[in-house]
Design a protein around this ligand. Structure first.
Ligand code: 5AD
Length: 357
């Protein structure tokens, strides 16, 4: 049976590598059981629901994996008005969610002051925690938004392999993409920080994925989001032929569960979502399996139906066509069937008190 202590100190990297490549079913059952137990001990049976609002699909970047990249000419672009976002915040409250996530492409049309006033409006009307996921921005933007009341910031580092990162995320002027440095600055500003990776990016090796997991621990992440890379046909990476080398990590749900379970073991009290990308590769049970193997958060999509299909970072995204209400009912039933319950409160990270030796 693995234990969290296996992934600290000498030998941690090799053990992570071993588990990432593990395919033996009975060994994996032990990994799932351990991740589930550590999840229960550290963050309990509550599943925190975060209402996701995809504010804008404008983006200045050219990430080679992403369906809303700037160069994708044929995509109709939108930017939500403040009252539309407030309507989503009310819906989140009405359903008993503790927080909402405002996500967008890296959209320079979302001015610092616009977001500042949006955060203030949400905070004036609700007690929701506000998480931002707006990409690489100036430090002054982040400072102003924090000052306005934003609680958390999500910025996936996508891969700890710097060369691979530059390949999939071409630098843009002086925005060089030092996401690890940015996460540290966000934390210094007082945000809870979330990050994570895609699993199975062409060119991603098992070794780099093991280093990704060590970096989760080193950054002491408050939130960790992991999903499979899903090729989008209108992107360079979606058209590329997939490398066949044995070093290439496959973009399957199976590897994602291993990363979720290992993330739980290296960061026992982090908030870990069972992601939409995971629910997309296995529509029947991806979400439940993520929750059973270490995850404790779900991010139901509250984006109004008229915009949802346009936020197409990858194709065939789960829940794109269901109404928010039907999705919510199904989710609550699913949690009950698993013996889990909807979280109460904002669902921030509760650090385990460090006991004196
Ligand atoms: N497949 C899987 N995940 C993707 N993301 C963006 N494009 C894709 C894709 N094609 C993920 C990235 C990003 C998050 C918002 O969505 O990890 O950080």
């Amino acid at each position: 049976m693995p234990s969290p202590g296996d992934f600290q100190g000498p030998g941690a990297f090799e053990r992570l590598l071993g588990w990432l490549r593990e395919t033996d079913d009975s060994a994996l059952q032990a990994l799932w059981a351990c991740a589930d137990q550590v999840r229960r001990e550290h963050v309990g049976d509550e599943v925190h629901l975060r209402g996701l609002v995809e504010l804008s699909n404008h983006c200045v970047r050219g990430c080679t994996y992403c369906g809303i990249r700037a160069a994708r000419g044929q995509l109709e672009r939108y930017r939500m008005a403040h009252d539309e976002v407030l309507e989503c915040a009310r819906e989140a409250r009405a359903r008993g969610y503790g927080s909402m996530v405002l996500q967008a492409g890296e959209d320079d049309g979302l001015a610092r002051d616009d977001i500042t006033s949006l955060i203030r409006l949400i905070k004036a009307e609700t007690d929701l925690a506000v998480t931002l996921s707006l990409g690489e921005r100036d430090e002054q933007d982040w400072a102003a938004w924090r000052e306005a009341g934003a609680d958390r910031y999500l910025l996936r580092f996508e891969t700890s392999d710097e060369q691979l990162f530059r390949r999939i995320h071409p630098p843009l002027g002086r925005r060089g993409g030092d996401r690890v440095g940015m996460l540290r600055r966000l934390r210094a500003l007082g945000y809870e920080i979330g990050s994570g990776v895609m699993v199975g990016i062409p060119g991603q090796t098992w070794e780099s994925l093991a280093r990704d997991i060590l970096l989760f621990a080193e950054l002491d992440l408050d939130m960790i989001g992991v999903g499979p890379f899903l090729p989008h046909p209108d992107t360079p990476l979606g058209k590329a032929v997939r490398p066949q080398e044995p070093t290439q990590v496959p973009n399957t749900e199976h590897v994602v569960y291993r990363v979720v379970a290992l993330a739980r073991l290296v960061c026992p009290d982090a908030n870990i979502p069972s992601t939409t990308a995971l629910a997309t590769v296995n529509k029947a049970s991806g979400r439940q399996l993520g929750l059973a193997r270490g995850a404790n958060v779900v991010m139901p999509n509250l984006t109004p139906a008229r915009y949802r299909s346009k936020y197409e970072i990858y194709p065939d995204k789960a829940c794109t066509n269901e109404t928010a209400d039907a999705g919510h009912q199904a989710l609550v039933a699913q949690l009950a069937a698993m013996g889990r319950r909807k979280g109460t409160g904002a669902g921030g990270r509760r650090r385990r008190a460090v006991l004196p030796e």
